[in-house]
Design a binder for this molecule. Structure first.
Ligand code: G1P
Length: 211
């Protein structure tokens, strides 16, 4: 479906001709621009976030890369841009973060804080995927946006399945943290829209229609 969005020229050309709305043409130009630089990889079985990232192993050339989970939208402020600034400032990997209510900790990756770097940035001591309320070291959750080191591919290759039998990116991040790789949690200032639950998805659609 995503690929079709970028390769649906006849459909877009027809709408542009019919509607004559300049906004449609503007969007189509964006699609043409981006499709030239997008490469697609496929995860044919849903074996976890880590398994999905591993599919990009031969495409990633730089030492660090940005990874975004598509069901975690952050709007109104460019969170990726702020994370890149933090990455440069602290020469570290970065994850978007937010405080959540204690009773929902088992829905998220939860981290333990080692040190406050500045107002919105925290060095991470441990991260654990979807802990029980009892296991959770805090109520600080990881949101699906990460700046990760290329080194993580080596960890993912030998990563054993974790919670729910999936290969979680969180488990390989924890391995890197234990090897003294710096990971910073960045409390972003944009508005978070959760599209990963039916309720959240409906609410998000309403919010987006208001933008
Ligand atoms: C994923 C991550 C989890 C993170 C969450 C944010 O979980 O595994 O650590 O907190 O995204 O949305 P998922 O939503 O895929 O279950």
């Amino acid at each position: 479906m995503i690929k079709k969005y970028f390769y649906n020229d006849n459909f877009y050309k027809k709408i542009i001709k019919k509607k004559k709305d300049p906004r449609t043409l503007k969007e189509y130009k964006k699609i043409l621009k981006y499709k030239k630089i997008i490469k697609f990889v496929y995860q044919n079985k849903p074996l976890g976030t880590g398994d999905a990232v591993l599919k990009t192993k031969n495409i990633i050339k730089d030492k660090f890369f940005l990874m975004l989970l598509p069901d975690d939208l952050i709007v109104k402020k460019n969170c990726s841009k702020s994370m890149i600034q933090i990455h440069k400032k602290y020469k570290a990997s970065v994850m978007a973060s937010m405080n959540v209510s204690k009773k929902t900790v088992s829905r998220w990756g939860i981290y333990k804080l080692k040190k406050k770097m500045d107002k919105n940035n925290f060095l991470i001591e441990d991260v654990i995927e979807k802990p029980s309320i009892k296991e959770a070291p805090s109520n600080k959750a990881v949101i699906g946006r990460y700046i990760l080191p290329k080194k993580i591919f080596a960890k993912l290759l030998s990563q054993k399945p974790g919670k729910g039998g999936e290969i979680h990116i969180t488990d390989s991040i924890q391995t890197l943290i234990k090897e003294n790789q710096k990971f910073i949690a960045h409390n972003f200032s944009g508005k978070y829209l959760d599209c990963g639950s039916m309720n959240g998805y409906i609410k998000s659609a309403i919010e987006i229609s208001k933008l």
